[in-house]
Design a protein. Structure first.
Length: 328
């Protein structure tokens, strides 16, 4: 397992190639809820998501070892696809990404725009099988989360928070495959052990919660259906589950909460947030319910890439009339 030293090395390695993203805050939201909530704006990161960190760190580690691959392959429903394409483009490495046909057209287009060859497959399982077949033919598989270098790269987002001088009571981050949550677990368990750390996922895509509770991997047979397309993974990996067992748990939220907080955070923060990115806020709102003492919490906004179709579904009904309040 990696340590905080690996994440510090990743931070130095990435340097200014990725953004040190800002912490955003809404005084109006703080006043409504009675707590201080800060948002790590990874939706403003290169490629519009935190995934840029892990993909680039992996390739830079291989470059340091003089072991860059001749070609790279991966599978993803969106943001990791763009991250791999972007990172490979920086290092002039040919890249192929297998994406399920359900992946949003805008994310497929962006992945091609960064220089990758995109191959669509009918299902997520077939996308994974396609990337595995190319790996057998000699391409290097850059897995979305089941790799130490990826986890270390994602953990740099959490490290930046502490570098900025924030010591939150609790941290909330979306959980798909668990790379970001794993890296965050290393940072906060080693540098701020009193900070509570939670992953958040939709009830409809709760493989991480089931795995956390049972202590063994739960795997969906097919991709779960949720507006939060960034967490439609079939399962964690054994690697990420080991890290996630060090957190304080996985909070499950429903689709209504995802729609609600996508609308409200877009309105309050004046930035684009995709449905996956607001999972942390939905989880934080649940955690804060009933807490009288003012808390300072961190929510990691993981991305801001959203299709027109998803945007239309989010704004089908105006929920801005329902003002956030304690216990919502």
């Amino acid at each position: 397992m990696i340590t905080i030293d690996h994440i510090r090395e990743a931070r130095e390695r990435l340097g200014d190639t990725v953004h040190h993203t800002p912490l955003l805050e809404s005084t109006f939201l703080n006043r409504l809820l009675g707590h201080r909530i800060l948002f790590k704006a990874e939706n403003l990161q290169k490629i519009g998501a935190f995934k840029a960190r892990g993909a680039l760190n992996t390739l830079l580690v291989l470059e340091e070892r003089d072991d860059l691959p001749r070609s790279v392959v991966s599978h993803s429903s969106g943001n990791h696809a763009q991250a791999v394409a972007w990172a490979c483009g920086l290092l002039n490495i040919p890249c192929t990404v297998f994406m399920p046909e359900t992946a949003s057209a805008i994310k497929q287009q962006a992945t091609r725009g960064y220089g990758a060859t995109v191959v669509t497959a009918p299902t997520r399982q077939e996308a994974e099988a396609g990337s595995a077949a190319m790996q057998q033919d000699g391409a290097m598989l850059l897995h979305p989360y089941d790799r130490d270098e990826v986890i270390a790269g994602q953990g740099t987002a959490a490290l930046e928070v502490l570098e900025d001088g924030l010591l939150p009571t609790a941290v909330f981050t979306p959980c798909g495959g668990g790379g970001l949550l794993s890296g965050s677990a290393v940072v906060f368990r080693e540098l701020a052990p009193k900070t509570a750390l939670y992953g958040v996922e939709p009830v409809a895509a709760n493989d991480a919660a089931r795995s956390y509770r049972s202590g063994s991997l739960f795997r969906f047979d097919e991709a779960p259906k949720t507006l939060a397309d960034g967490v439609q993974t079939l399962s964690l990996s054994e690697r990420t589950l080991r890290y996630i067992r060090r957190t304080d748990g996985i909070i499950e939220v429903d689709e209504t909460e995802i729609v609600y907080w996508t609308q409200w955070l877009t309105h309050l923060l004046k930035v684009t947030v995709e449905p996956t990115a607001v999972l942390g806020m939905a989880g934080a709102a649940r955690w804060l319910t009933g807490r009288k003492k003012p808390e300072t919490v961190l929510v990691i906004l993981t991305g801001g890439n959203m299709s027109i179709e998803t945007r239309a579904r989010i704004w089908e009904h105006d929920l801005l009339q329902d003002v956030p309040e304690p216990g919502l």
